[in-house]
Design a protein around this ligand. Structure first.
Ligand code: ADP
Length: 374
């Protein structure tokens, strides 16, 4: 994990990047810095500007304003532009087609055409080793699975020794189990070569798994950029909190308005963090425990099976509805009455209420869960 920046210029600096398409501002005055060897996952709802950001860095989109530098080389500043092929950037896109008539070796060697025969052979072998396909050099793309093709695309992009890698949904068309293996290998290859990367994904789990940091975009702007743990557990607002995973938001009462007592919700006091009139308290399903109790003040209204457990929707007597994780062994049935409490050691997190109330952004990957309501 890269936490400390090394001395010297950031590997990528984006300042005031803006790109408009007619009335749509796809990227809106965006600033971003990438450390040495850092892997930044870029997430956000469909249409928030992820691809436009990536393609601007690659030089495939001409921005309306802003500055982009790779190390201390300015590649875009409104007046001067370095063309894409001279930026020293490696690209892996979802549909980054390999040349069908070239073998794996020739595909990987394509970006290092200037190398001598022996040099090129050695470099291709090294890259195929790196992506765990050492014996595949003589195959053609049609003889590869989707996952293997993406490994070859990665090897081809890494062969010239790029100063930055850009990934745009590279595993979107690959099934879940293989995707998990692939991303472990991609991260290992980036670490082994010390190559920094921007990795666009619509999959929050993928972003949490691979990012040294995560940038959450919203309408072309940065909603939050931080470590995966802080993005997930200490989101700045309800938009980021809800986007990154299931969450419930509870109204905060007895705010610091004179009596000096701590702010609290119906689940208890808020232990840390500043509270003001916009603050609500976030809890994730695993922060909460439902206990059956005939005298309780909470009702289970629905349960969704998740394999490893159940996700309960529980209505609290005084209004709010919360999501509560329950074991697969003894999940209560809908209609069950009981109490909801914080799991010992877990906290309610104060977050800003999203001014637009846009908290329900689970994007397009919800269908991955086999839904089973009872
Ligand atoms: P994301 O990758 O987050 O889904 P995009 O960067 O593709 O978002 O798009 C951001 C916004 O810009 C969207 O509203 C999209 O419709 C618009 N947009 C992107 N590319 C074009 C284009 N070539 N022409 C017109 N509008 C575009």
């Amino acid at each position: 994990m890269v936490t400390e920046r090394e001395a010297g210029p950031a590997s990528l600096t984006v300042e005031g990047l803006t790109k408009r398409y007619g009335d749509v501002t796809a990227v809106d005055d965006l600033d971003l810095e990438l450390g040495h060897g850092e892997l930044l996952a870029v997430v956000g709802p469909s249409g928030c500007g992820k691809s436009t950001l990536l393609r601007s860095v690659a030089g495939l989109v001409v921005p309306d304003g802003g500055r982009i530098a790779l190390g201390d080389t300015v590649v875009e500043d409104g007046s001067a532009r370095v063309p894409p092929e001279r930026r020293g950037i490696g690209l892996v896109f979802q549909d980054h087609a390999l040349f069908p008539h070239l073998t794996v070796r020739d595909n990987v060697a394509f970006g290092i055409r200037e190398a001598s025969g022996a040099e090129s052979t050695a470099r291709v072998d090294e890259m195929l080793e790196l992506v765990s396909l050492p014996t595949y050099a003589d195959r053609y793309p049609h003889e590869l699975s989707g996952g293997e093709r993406q490994r070859v695309a990665l090897a081809r992009a890494l062969a010239p020794g790029p100063s930055l890698m850009l990934f745009d949904e590279p595993f979107a068309s690959i099934d879940h189990n293989l995707r998990v293996r692939l991303r472990v290998d991609v991260v290992a290859a980036l670490r082994a070569t010390g190559t920094p990367a921007l990795f666009v994904t619509h999959d929050q789990g993928e972003a949490l798994a691979i990012g040294d940091r995560i940038a959450v975009l919203r309408r072309g702007r940065l909603a939050q950029i931080d470590t995966p743990a802080r993005i997930f557990h200490q989101p700045t607002d309800t938009f980021v909190g809800a986007f990154m995973g299931e969450a419930s938001f509870l109204p905060v009462r007895d705010r610091a308005d004179g009596d000096g007592g701590p702010a609290e919700t119906r689940l208890g006091p808020l232990v840390d963090g500043e509270v003001d009139h916009r603050t609500v308290a976030m809890v994730r399903p695993d922060d909460l425990l439902f206990t059956a109790d005939a005298d309780g003040d909470a009702n289970v209204v629905a349960g969704e099976y998740r394999g490893s457990g159940w996700l309960l929707t529980v209505e609290l007597d005084d209004g709010p509805t919360v999501l509560v994780a329950a074991s697969h062994l003894d999940a209560p049935e809908p209609g069950a009455v009981g109490r909801v409490a914080l799991v010992p050691g877990h906290r309610q997190v104060p977050v800003d209420a999203d001014p637009d109330g846009e908290t329900d952004h689970h994007d397009d990957n919800e269908h991955e869960h086999e839904e089973h309501r009872r």
